[in-house]
Design a protein around this ligand. Structure first.
Ligand code: CU
Length: 297
């Protein structure tokens, strides 16, 4: 399962559970407790999902910010509605603000720092949920049917076990926002998307002498490729199209092929400046507009 899916599932399930828990005990919740709970939910979910979106949509701050704000804002809003107007306002505003801040953070931090940062947020979020749960229970939020598990929530082993559980679950997540080659934590990334029948973007710039990862994603309904013929050698460090052949090879031609929905990648280094055309070699596609321009500068 993908990282994004796992983290979103964890956040979604814990949000669902905590919201249900609070709604069931709303007569025991005073304004302050409700507002703090709403703020904590909006704030933490906003930071986590915002950071996640910021990292996934890196280079597209608009998309990540909008999604972070919409998701966390509406979850904060929903949480507060049955409680009070104050909770609703607090939850919504916290969600919107934190969704925006998380997205900016995801955009700014280097790809290899996203994992530890997200880990801190998730642990913090889990700890806050547990503390609030304990607080609500101790204020008389239990009723006869929950007496049994109330016993265990006061048992310090349960929250500790949950935190340790989150810790180990998190360690097991495959992290693949960007493939970071060993010793190359500062890899430039160029994302190229093929649709039927054009490239987005159709103009690419790559700094010569800098290892750059080009990801070629086919979002069309038929297969497409990417071919570039250069006058000067291009060093190809790794490519997905030849079964992960490692080691450097020099070539004047770069070729990536992707079936619909697939992504092909290459890590290359241009040795000289120049502007070249790239195109799709599948018959008829170039003529239909699958051409673009790449500039090494
Ligand atoms: Cu094509």
């Amino acid at each position: 399962m993908s990282t994004v899916f796992q983290v979103l599932a964890f956040v979604g399930m814990s949000y669902g559970w905590f919201t249900w828990f609070v709604w069931k005990r709303k007569k025991h919740m005073d304004h302050m407790l409700g507002m703090i709970s709403g703020m904590a939910m909006g704030m933490m979910i906003g930071l986590i999902t915002g950071l996640l979106f910021g990292a996934v949509y890196q280079g597209d701050l608009y998309t990540s910010t909008i999604w972070g704000m919409i998701l966390a804002g509406s979850l904060g809003f929903l949480f507060g509605v049955p409680l009070s107007i104050l909770c609703t306002i607090e939850g919504t505003l916290s969600g919107i603000m934190a969704g925006m801040m998380g997205a900016m953070l995801g955009e700014m931090v280097p790809a290899d720092k996203v994992k530890p940062l997200l880990f801190l947020f998730l642990l913090f979020y889990t700890a806050i949920l547990l503390l609030l749960t304990k607080l609500i229970v101790s204020r008389g939020g239990q009723d006869a049917e929950t007496k049994k598990w109330v016993f265990s929530i006061h048992n310090p082993i349960l929250p500790a076990a949950l935190l340790v559980g989150v810790f180990f679950w998190y360690q097991s997540i495959p992290f693949a926002f960007h493939i970071i080659e060993k010793g190359e934590t500062t890899l430039e990334v160029v994302k190229l998307v093929a649709v039927d029948f054009s490239y987005k973007p159709s103009e690419i710039y790559i700094k010569k002498g800098t290892p750059t990862k080009v990801t070629f994603k086919n979002e069309g309904n038929v297969e497409h490729d990417f071919e570039l013929v250069s006058d000067e050698d291009i060093l190809i460090q790794t490519t997905s199209s030849t079964n992960h052949q490692h080691g450097k090879t020099a070539a004047k031609k770069v070729h990536l092929h992707a079936k619909p929905g697939e992504t092909a990648t290459v890590v290359l280094k241009a040795t000289a400046a120049g502007t070249y055309q790239f195109y799709c070699t599948i018959p008829g596609h170039k003529e239909s507009g699958m051409v673009g321009r790449i500039t090494f500068l």
